[in-house]
Design a protein around this ligand. Sequence first.
Ligand code: NAP
Length: 299
Amino acid sequence: MRALTFDPDLTFTDVPDPVPAPSQALIRVAAFSLNFGEIAYRSANVPPGYVPGWDAAGVVVRAAADGSGPAAGTRVVTFGWSGAWAELRTVDTADMAAVPEAVDLGTAAALPVAGVTALQAVRRLGEVAGRRVLVTGASGGVGRYAVQLAARAGAHVVASAGSAARAEGLRELGAAEIVLGPENLDGRVYGVLDNVGGRQLAEAFYRLEDDGVVMAIGRAARETTVIDFELAGARSARGRIENFNVAAPFGADLAHLLGLLAAGDLDAQVGWRGPWEEAGKAADALLARQVAGKAVVDL
Ligand SMILES: NC(=O)c1ccc[n+]([C@@H]2O[C@H](COP(=O)([O-])OP(=O)(O)OC[C@H]3O[C@@H](n4cnc5c(N)ncnc54)[C@H](OP(=O)(O)O)[C@@H]3O)[C@@H](O)[C@H]2O)c1
């Protein structure tokens, strides 16, 4: 089958078809989406024929041998830590969900890692209704879902972006305030969903309420974070930072997000969409902060 691999740039390669384990279904991929992490942090130490890629949507070709999961012919969205950037992928049935007719497969492909990360991180903040929540990197894939899901949970959302142009559309998604960097935030916040790390994480931490919490999701800035805890202590009595890592299985959370999409209560924010011959351009645009939300690649 045809697959996209790093060699070191994105290149088409012929690789053997994947063989499903008993708990896995075989999927014909229709579309996948790109994530910052799988491009910026790609590993050079991978075996020959290794196919990268986390998020893909498509159609079940062969149901799982153990009887779990959807039947052949079902449209599904899928997550796994490899294998999405290919014509066929194998996926554990616990990491997929059936896509409603109202949702196109390319839109569904924009959901897995970014959408489930935002959903789980908002949940981890606890009760946010009526509380101020800052989202850094709000213009990106995780950020645009986080703004929507925190606003749906009743938070007063402050969306932080790198420029007014990058912030376009964030108010429509539910942001009550826009700031160009956490250093420009007036007052304090209860929660922070931090996708950027480095200086932005430190500035956000300094602005926590006494019992506030930062979910340290990402470090898109690729900077080391330096925090002056004595300075922070003067402002927030018990403010804390929690390490956040998205947790599998994804199936139930994907089904929840698909329900929101189908009802028109969530927008996948696809900022780039094109054929997989142009996936390299999409990857470059994503790292250069030129994609508003998700980049989706059609096969
Ligand atoms: N812990 C987990 O489980 C988990 C899960 C998913 C993602 N992540 C991480 O979360 C972060 C965000 O992921 P994503 O998929 O939302 O990425 P993305 O779509 O590329 O968005 C990242 C955002 O960060 C901002 N940013 C600030 N400085 C940047 C810089 N120097 N380079 C690139 N972006 C910069 C950009 O906003 P402006 O241009 O507006 O400044 C951009 O929109 C990444 O670090 C990713 O690896 C972690």
